[in-house]
Design a protein around this ligand. Sequence first.
Ligand code: FPP
Length: 240
Amino acid sequence: MVPRHLAIIMDGNGRWAQNHGLNRVRGHQKGAVAVENIIRHAAARGVKILTLFAFSTENWKRPAYEVQALMTLFAGALKKESKSLIENGIRTRVIGDISRFSQSLQKAILSLEEQTANGKVMELNIAANYGGRWDILQASKKMWDKVHAGEIKPEDVNENLLKDFLTVKDDVDLLIRTGGEHRISNFLLYQSSYSEIYVSDKLWPDFGGDDLDAAIDFYAHRERRFGMTSAQIQSKDSSC
Ligand code: FPP
C-alpha cells in the first residue's frame, strides 16, 4: 500500500557538502535536484499529497548568506519547475508564514499556486517558514475568530474541526526523515499524530527513487493500529 500523504524532512544537505569538500550552499543546490526527482517519483508511485519541509521557522537563525542562498534557490526552483508542475497536474501550495519573504518571492509563490490550482494528480505542499506549533496556533486563532463571530458554536469545537484550519488538514501516513536524526523538528505536529516514521541514513542530496521505494515498502508492511489491538485490526481486515 502506498501512503496517501507522505511528508519528508529533507535533512543532510550541509553534511553532504562537507563530505564533498564543498560550501553548504552547494549541498542545498544538490538538494533541490533531489526535490525535483522525488516529486516526480512520488507522483508516479501514486502518492496523493506530498509535503516537503524546505525551511523552518527556526532556519532564520542560520548564517545570513545561507538564508539568502536558500531564498534564491527557492525562488529559482519555483520559476524553473512551474511548467513541469502544471503539465504533470501537481497542485502546488506553499504552507507557512510567507509574509516574511520578499515581495517578489511572495508574488512568485501566489502565481505558482494559481497556475497549478487545477492539478489533479498530486498535491504538493512546500513548507517554508513553517513550524508545527505556528500551524496549530494560527489554526486556533482562525477557529476562535469564527467562534467569537458566532459562526461556530463553542460546543462544536473539537479535534476534527481544528484540522479544517490547519495549513494541511490531512493526517500524514508516512513521515520520512533523511540524514539519520530521529527528530520531528517542529514539522507537522498535529498531522503526524499517527504517522509511521521512517528514518534514512542517506543525506538528502543522495536520497533517490530507490530510497523512496524502500520507505514505501517499509510503510506497506506496517500494521497501523490507531490505538487498537493487533487482533482488532486483523478481525476488521478479514471482515472487509
Ligand atoms: C536541511 O539540511 C535542509 C534545509 C534546511 C533546506 C532544504 C532545502 C532544499 C532541499 C533545497 C531547496 C528546496 C526546494 C523546495 C526547492 P541541513 O542544511 O540542515 O543539513 P545538515 O544537517 O547536514 O547541516
